[in-house]
Design a protein around this ligand. Structure first.
Ligand code: 3PG
Length: 207
């Protein structure tokens, strides 16, 4: 993974996962892979997130593991050390962006307005996360950015489901979307890997 645009090419859906138990990490990643999904974004929102990410990087090498919810300086380096191959943020500060640049990893920095997108473009970003997609104006807002910002690519995330996914994936400035619906907490807790695989298969087919 050398560039942020390569993240967008991993498939139509980036599963955004919140782990509460490290033991769920490997079977969840394997279920996603069996369903045809080639990447997993582990959100740094729980104490087990980094060890979960580390397990996936070490034990499921065929899936491209990224770290999401990078919100504080230091987390980018921790995620890189744990084996993350890309980084995702919900929003940006200069300090956070500098920290991410230091890791050398490709990233999808989060934006929700045209001004934020322009600021990131000035720093050389080509691909951005649009977050939180639905509350920020959804597919209609993103579509309206194609005219003034034709060179920017977006991965919308936040409030996206299998039902509204096609309205985003049909936009000219969207290659993939992100969402947590592939890995519901109830399925992870129950160890229902067949369900995760089925949701992954349905998502992979959105492409
Ligand atoms: C994220 O961090 O990208 C979002 O929390 C995922 O949003 P969702 O749970 O609405 O899919």
């Amino acid at each position: 993974m050398n560039s942020a645009t390569e993240i967008l090419e991993l498939g139509p859906v980036v599963p955004v996962v919140v782990f509460t138990d490290t033991e769920h990490a490997v079977p969840a990643a394997q279920a996603l892979l069996r369903g045809g999904i080639r990447t997993i974004e582990v959100t740094l929102r729980t104490p087990v997130a980094l060890p979960a990410l580390e397990r996936i990087a070490a034990e499921v090498p065929d899936i491209v593991v990224g770290a999401g919810t990078i919100t504080e300086p230091g987390q980018a380096h921790e995620a890189a050390e744990a084996g993350a191959r890309y980084l995702v943020t919900p929003g940006c500060t200069e300090r956070l962006l500098d920290d991410i640049d230091d890791t050398g990893l490709p990233a999808l920095p989060g934006v929700s307005t045209a001004s934020e997108a322009l600021r990131l473009a000035e720093r050389g970003a080509q691909a951005l996360k649009f977050f939180p997609a639905e509350p920020s104006g959804g597919a209609a807002y993103l579509k309206s950015l194609t005219g003034p910002l034709p060179n920017l690519r977006f991965c919308p995330t936040g409030g996206i489901t299998a039902d509204n996914a096609p309205s985003y994936l049909s936009l000219p400035n969207v290659d993939c979307i992100g969402g947590s619906w592939l890995t519901p907490g109830s399925a992870l807790a129950a160890g229902d890997w067949d369900h995760v695989e089925a949701l992954a298969r349905q998502a992979a087919e959105l492409g």
